[in-house]
Design a protein around this ligand. Sequence first.
Ligand code: NZQ
Ligand code: ZN
Length: 393
Amino acid sequence: MYTNFEYYTPTKVVFGKGTVCQVGDLVKAHGGSKVLLHFGGQSAKKSGLLDRVKESLDASGISYVELGGVVPNPHVGKVYEGIELGKKEGIDFILAVGGGSVIDSAKGISLGLANEGDVWDYFIGKRAPSKALPVASVLTIAAAGSEMSHGAVITNEKNGLKRDFGADFLRPAFTIMDPELTMTLPDYQTASGAADILMHTMERYFNKEDNMDITDAISEALLKNVMEYAKILVDDPKNYKARADLMWAGSLSHNGLTGCGTAGGDWATHNMEHEIGGMFDVAHGAGLAAIWGSWARYVWKAAPHRFVKFAINVMGVTPGADDAETVEKGICAMEDFYRAIKMPTNMKELGVTPTDEQIEFMAASCHEKTGGANGAVVPLNKEDMAKIYRMAL
Ligand code: NZQ
Ligand code: ZN
């Protein structure tokens, strides 16, 4: 039986070479008059992108104040700084120039400017906001999908907790996606982004029940496309076609499309990875790659038909003697892919070695965050998650 669904993607997408010069007019068309220009560490400055954005804002008569310095796994401290600055300057629009971290930080600021009280409360589920200031992005990395998603993920640097909040009113007003902007990425970030894009669709693909057929078909095509082009980028990072496919896949993978007519997806791998990211500050996609195989091996028996379908339709393996063999071939093929793009397949390769105590902490913290067992294929309790973390060592 197909699951009812709602699909809401209000974000205007402006895609292709040279589209950055449209940013000023787009801000104006979306009602922005005083912009907070938000960006990361140094890449947008170094590449000259920030200057191009400012030129376009100037040409459209939009005034702005700048706030840079967003780090990967963005900090709530920077969000507070943005809220304070935004209040002082009378900001009515936030423009993120960067990747998921900058966009999420912008979303956090937009929540803080539109609602009263401590913004961190929204991320720990203490209170619920009702609105947000408009946010838009000039995207510089194909990865998190925040440019169209309803979510934001923020880390509290004081306690290492990484938490997310989602609401439709957080979906960005527009996004400018010029694949050429991603050509300056370090190889590791390109690959980590690809791993995250894959995972956003895999999370939705793996349900206990079957998904809508058309959704499975879209998901399978997307996964195969991302793997093909991510491999091309290992040797040919300036390949425009591959950059473009990856960039559009990143948005489609996380704007809700691959979740239509599904039971909602699993998301345990994401929930567990956010604990690793909060504690060890790793690149999100790499963290996902490091634990996915262990998760899959732990849960597949609860939904063998989904894992067999994945192995054959996505990973292209020939069926084994039984489901167990086919599923294992599929998981191994995905891990081979991760290795081919230099992504880790366990935590050692990721560069972290959590202690027993840290594993117990992450499992308990994840359990608390999700309000109990999490995951659609197998609802995982603390003990399950601790076992999966250990399998991934
Ligand atoms: O700070 P700069 O100097 O810009 O460097 C960044 C950063 O070091 C660099 N970079 C980005 N674009 C570049 C570039 N370097 C050179 N050239 C470019 N064109 O790449 C590094 C990583 O950037 P980041 O924004 O952290 O990457 P990503 O887009 O992967 O975002 C990861 C964050 O998004 C969250 C993750 O948990 C993580 O915190 N996620 C957000 C989601 C959402 N809002 O819907 C969903 C995801 O599942 C994810 O959890
Ligand atoms: Zn993700």
